[in-house]
Write a protein that binds this ligand. Sequence first.
Ligand code: MN
Length: 506
Amino acid sequence: MTLHEITSLLKNPSVSELALVSKAYIFAEQAHREHIRYSGEPYFNHLCETAKLIAELGADASTVAAGFLHDTIEDVNVKPETIRKEFGSEVLMLVEGVTKLGRLRYRGVDRYSESMRRLFIASSKDLRVLIIKLCDRLHNMRTLSYVPKHKQLRIAKETLDIYAPIAHRLGIRKINRELEELSFPYAYPAEYERVNAELSQKRTELIKKLSKFHKSVLKDLVKQGIQVLFTEERLKGLYSLYYKLKQRDGDFEKIYDVLAIRIIVKTVEDCYRVLGVIHASWRPLPGRIKDYVAFPKPNGYRSLHTTVFTGDGGIVEIQIRTEEMHRESEYGVALHADYKEEERPAKRGRKRRLYSSLISWKGKRDKGDGKTVLNIEDTGNGIPSWVRALGALDRTIGEQEFWEHLREDFFKDRIFIFTPKGDVVDLPTDSSPIDFAYSIHSDIGNHLMGAKINGKLLPIHTTLQNGDIVEILTKKGGKPTQKWLEFARTSIAKKHIRNTLQKLKP
Ligand code: MN
């Protein structure tokens, strides 16, 4: 790979930024000269590929330079002082952030969580550390076939357990998807074979149906004078198919987004017009029309979704969005990742505002035009509050607990729940009013007596749905019971309940 292939990806680089990246390129090539990958190629290739992935995500010159240098301290004994002298303290901080994690050598859960904890401490100071780590892992996954067999399973599982969910929560779908698809055959070989065999049988016919439908949609849109920028056809990836099958009792017929087309248009208004045109010609499936434009997902995702019967027995999901939404759905937080803890207060442009839900979980309902808009409550930089929360997590919390916290609270899919005043709280899926109450305040949780969900009084163990408006009813003498532990999802709620029960013991 030539240096130019990478520098050409930088956005309006200055002369000094170009010089920094070039210097890192040459330095890494020198430092790793004797160093070989499992595949037999020069180690330097890994550094170029990692740096290129970082540049593709739109990161700045320092992050790309750190991508070239990320293994110099760990693998070829370059002194941190040398990096500081040659590249400055910003690049050193990034390289050290990645290095400190060590190579994740799996030595039981404890060891593992400790590395993760360090990852989040580093990332909560500068999110770019996490971006570098994800790109490093992506290239390692692309070349996993060369790694000794006994290591493949461990690396693939770790990728599915940790790195893919991180990418997802950062809204970097592009990396999330590829990590999942690459890990799947190694992590779950039997399941992979099964899903692959099932889809192979149907593949040709499915693709034919999809193309036919795609053409008629385009014809309709042209007829209505809507300018379409580009479209894409998509057959669901094997891992995401496997994941959905697990949730749908293995019934292929219950999965409605095996086939999808994506329509990219110029404006938000056009998105809704496209939806109208499609619904005028094809019958939508009830309950599958989703407006993530007015109501973005907690990871920042925006798009209109609908699923329609194609008329020839097929079902196709349609995703409609603008180019900007498309870019954000692919690159997520990486588009804004040049923020760090100390300096550079966030620009308060419109773009950042639109992107709010990812950056701050606390939103507000805009009461002006009646549309639901999530306003940014800027945390001062682009570091999502959950990364910050993980980094700041109490050091006394046990490793096992930290691990559970990560899996249960942070990597689960999220839902938005509203207070009657329109404040937003985001919670893991399957949360109950108990979780909601404790997430507002421990006192509210402890005195919880009942909950009104969308105006209706319902049991406090009811499973909440995305978009529910929940009003918590409290009573002065109210207190938690043992039973609540079964209905609480979040570790924060469980912790408070346990503590309070402990105190109430006679
Ligand atoms: Mn590496």
